[in-house]
Design a protein around this ligand. Structure first.
Ligand code: SAH
Length: 232
C-alpha cells in the first residue's frame, strides 16, 4: 500500500504539497483509496481518502499500528562534509540502515563547503523513510565546526571513531549501548592532531579493515556492523 508522510495525524491525515501532488497527479488517487500515513510518531495509520480538493486530500484514519521497523538503537553519524552529491547518497542509504541523524562537520582536510540544502535533504530523507518503511525520517543537522563536534561526543553512550590508522579497534561492545555515534572523515580524512583530539574527547578508535574505504563507503560499513551486533 502507498505510504504518505504528513505533518500530524488525529482522526484524519491531510495530504498537502508534494504528497498531495504525488497522490493526485502521479498515482491518480481517488476517493475511497486506502493509504498508509506516517507522521514521525512511530505509528502507521491505515487511512481511507474521503475528500479531494484542489490543493489537499483528507484521509480518515481506520486503524493505527505501532511500527516495528524503526531502530531500537539510536545511531548518529558525524560526517566530514563530502564532495558533490555524496551527502544525498548517504542520506538515502543511512535512512535505509535506520540511522537517526547525520551531523556534518568541517575539519582541516574537508574540501567541500557546508551546503545550504536543508530542504532538499529533508525531502530525500522523507522519500527514503517512506520507501524503506521507517516511520521517522532521518534528521540532517546543520553543519558544525570541528570544535563544536568534539563538544557533542559526551552526549552518547559510545562514539566510534573510524580511523584508517587505528590499530585494530572493534565494535564488539556495541550491544551494550542504546545511543551510539560514529565519526567518519571526508575524502581527506583527519590530521594527526585532529585524530588525537577526537580520542581525547572520549571517542573509541575503530578499524574498518586494512583497505582504505571511500568516505561514502565507510559509514555504511560501520552502521551495518553496529546493526548486526545490536540486532537493530
Ligand atoms: N585520509 C585518507 C582516507 C580518508 S577515507 C587518505 O586520503 O588516505 C575517509 C574516511 O573514511 C576516513 O577519515 C575514516 O573515517 C574512514 N575510513 C576509511 N577507511 C577506513 C578504515 N580502513 N578504517 C577505519 N576508517 C576508515
Amino acid at each position: 500500500m502507498r505510504r504518505f508522510f504528513v505533518e500530524n495525524i488525529s482522526d484524519y491525515a491531510i495530504l498537502k504539497g508534494d504528497e498531495f501532488e504525488h497522490f493526485k497527479k502521479v498515482l491518480r488517487g481517488k476517493i475511497g483509496d486506502k493509504i498508509i500515513c506516517i507522521c514521525g510518531d512511530g505509528k502507521e495509520y491505515l487511512c481511507e481518502v474521503d475528500t479531494i480538493e484542489s490543493s489537499f486530500a483528507k484521509a480518515r484514519v481506520l486503524e493505527v499500528e505501532n511500527s516495528d521497523k524503526d531502530s531500537k538503537v539510536k545511531i548518529t553519524v558525524f560526517m566530514g562534509i563530502p564532495k558533490g552529491d555524496k551527502m544525498e547518497f548517504l542520506i538515502e542509504k543511512l535512512s535505509e540502515l535506520g540511522v537517526s541523524s547525520i551531523i556534518p562537520f568541517e575539519s582541516s582536510f574537508t574540501i567541500a563547503k557546508p551546503k545550504n540544502k536543508q530542504e532538499r535533504y529533508r525531502k530525500i530523507a522523507i522519500e527514503a523513510c517512506k520507501q524503506c518503511g521507517r516511520t521517522t525520517p532521518l534528521n540532517v543537522l546543520e553543519c558544525l565546526s570541528f570544535k563544536d563536534m568534539l563538544k557533542l561526543i559526551k552526549n552518547y553512550d559510545v562514539v566510534y571513531f573510524a580511523y584508517e590508522q587505528a590499530d585494530g579497534g572493534t565494535f564488539n561492545d556495541a550491544k551494550s549501548y542504546k545511543n551510539i555515534a560514529v565519526i567518519v572523515g571526508a575524502e581527506g580524512g583527519f590530521s594527526e592532531e585532529e585524530s588525537k583530539l577526537i580520542v581525547e574527547a572520549g571517542a573509541k578508535t575503530v578499524s574498518l579493515g586494512k583497505r582504505i574505504l571511500r568516505c561514502e563507503t565507510a559509514p555504511l560499513y560501520a552502521v551495518s556492523v553496529i546493526n548486526y551486533l545490536t540486532n537493530n
